[in-house]
Design a protein around this ligand. Structure first.
Ligand code: GTP
Ligand code: MG
Length: 253
């Protein structure tokens, strides 16, 4: 049990490929129990986020798609309107947390030391740390920036309410077809860095159509955080998510 709140203890599994020999059946069992343990903690995380009244948003993308830049510009635009907190996930360094801290909101950096994704137990620890930061216990929006990777993070529910996958224009429009689970498991697809469209062979419609073939309910937005083009669409989505979370909370109260 967690001393802080009595919810299940974080799982203590090792990441990365197993080096010992075992039967195929055994491997499947281990994976199933790992995902089941993760799922239980994710459910508990979600309850914690809801008790606080926060909507939790998990950002997934390749390295460098613009996750932290998106958060910097979002915080600048919305920090007078909403209480925003961030859990940053990276393999190494405090750099992304430093960038967010400079914007004046509570942030915690989780470093995985090699693991290619966050899991629910790391998020659980990060959330408790964040609650101890000034302003970290009264959030409207909790952003969780996952480790840059379009594969592993898709298999781990962190307890988020909304999962977002980002692809930037320089990466090319074929990412939905090549990394389908990132798109089938997400609620929203953000095409970022559209200020670079004149310099790349990237057709927004192609990426959008491929993603919608995989997941017809996906919301798709395209914008540039740095030029500000279409950025209002993104801010409107966030306002909508916060309003829906507050409404759900008031109905449950
Ligand atoms: N032209 C342009 N560049 C951008 C935009 N957004 C981000 N960048 C640049 O893209 C690079 C990577 O941005 P980050 O925000 O650090 O990307 P990230 O997804 O957080 O990267 P990791 O945390 O390493 O996975 C930086 O040089 C940013 O300045 C954009 O809208 N337009
Ligand atoms: Mg980043």
């Amino acid at each position: 049990m967690c001393d802080a709140c009595g919810c299940p203890s974080p799982s203590d599994h090792a990441h990365g490929p197993s080096t010992h020999t075992h039967s195929h059946t055994k491997t499947v069992d281990v994976h199933e129990s790992l995902f089941a343990a993760n799922e239980a903690i994710a459910t508990s995380n979600r309850e914690h986020f809801e008790e606080m009244g926060a909507v939790a948003i998990n950002l997934i993308s390749s390295p460098g798609s613009g996750k932290t830049t998106l958060l910097e510009h979002t915080i600048e635009a919305l920090k007078e309107e909403f209480n925003i907190g961030v859990i940053e996930g990276d393999i190494e360094t405090e750099r992304d947390a430093d960038r967010i801290r400079a914007k004046g909101v509570p942030v915690v950096q989780l470093t995985t030391g090699g693991a290619c994704h966050l899991d629910a137990s790391m998020t659980h620890r990060g959330f408790h740390q964040l609650q101890k930061e000034p302003g970290g216990d009264t959030l409207d929006i909790l952003f969780i920036e996952n480790v840059g990777n379009l594969v592993c993070p898709t298999s781990f529910d962190l307890g988020e309410h909304h999962r977002i996958v980002l692809v930037s224009v320089p990466e090319g429009p074929d990412k939905p077809s090549k990394y389908p689970k990132a798109f089938t498991s997400s609620h929203t697809f953000l095409i970022t860095k559209t200020d670079l469209l004149p310099y790349f062979d990237f057709k927004v419609e192609d990426a959008r159509d491929d993603a919608l073939k995989l997941n017809p309910t996906l919301r798709v937005l395209d914008f540039s955080a740095t030029s500000g083009e279409n950025f209002d669409q993104w801010l409107s989505l966030l306002r909508e998510l916060v309003a829906a979370a507050k409404k759900k909370n008031s109905l449950q109260a």
